[in-house]
Design a binder for this molecule. Structure first.
Ligand code: DC
Length: 219
């Protein structure tokens, strides 16, 4: 059986992570979260007081691993062996991640790692440039998106579920700021590959989308 590369791109809060993880489980594929890698570099920059533009060396030296890297298990993100799964999900890291992600040499280092991890196929990789840059040859490319308000509502609920209190207006404003930076940067801006299938997730359940996508791979 052929093992595909499935690329899932789209803006923050479109439901990419949930869809990608469930799709990977359903197909028996490995799930890879490329955004977590940019977040790891952001965390290193914040901890060391490094400016985003100066973070190339951090990206090149970062020891980022996923544990377990297997199928259908909850994944932890390890940075130099330290479990940073929670630490990389703060709003500060989110903002810094979108800044380090605008640095071409940071992207180059992380894209190389992503290509090595996905080369064998049998992966669902989510990010912003997976279908355009990392795996332009991916057998299935999905661009998942939703309105900014819907995405901010989801992000807000996610933060609340973790016991963190943030104003919805602040979440929406930060999300729009991040979208703007991700879409307008010169290096690999967020955009759908010409041959990607675009899904608007407003008002659709994650399950509906996962079933539809799995059908495309299994067909
Ligand atoms: O998906 P996320 O929110 O965890 O991503 C964090 C940041 O990294 C986000 O601002 C976009 C950036 N990113 C990117 O530029 N390219 C990717 N393939 C994945 C994430």
């Amino acid at each position: 059986m052929q093992r595909w590369i499935v690329a899932i791109d789209g803006p923050a809060g479109a439901g990419k992570s949930t869809v990608a993880r469930l799709l990977a489980d359903r197909l028996g594929y490995v799930y890879l979260d490329s955004g977590a890698m940019y977040r790891c570099v952001a965390l290193l920059a914040l901890r060391s007081g490094t400016e985003p533009e100066e973070s190339t060396a951090l990206a090149e030296a970062a020891q980022i691993t996923f544990d377990p890297a297997g199928i259908g298990e909850p994944q932890r993100v390890l940075l130099g062996g330290e479990d940073v799964s929670q630490a990389i999900r703060t709003p500060e890291v989110s903002q810094m991640a979108s800044k380090v992600a605008a640095v071409p040499r940071v992207r180059k280092a992380l894209v190389k790692l992503q290509q090595a991890l996905g080369a064998q196929g049998g992966v669902v990789m989510e990010g912003r440039d997976i279908g355009t840059v990392v795996f332009p040859q991916a057998e299935l490319k999905i661009f998942l998106t939703a309105s900014p308000e819907e995405r901010a509502r989801r992000r807000h609920a996610e933060l609340e579920a973790r016991g963190e209190v943030f104003d919805y207006a602040r979440v929406l404003a930060e999300l729009k700021e991040r979208d703007e930076r991700d879409e307008t940067r010169e290096a690999s801006p967020l955009r759908a590959a010409p041959d990607a299938l675009t899904f608007l997730t407003d008002g659709r359940t994650i399950e509906q989308i996962v079933v539809e996508l799995a059908g495309k791979v299994e067909a």
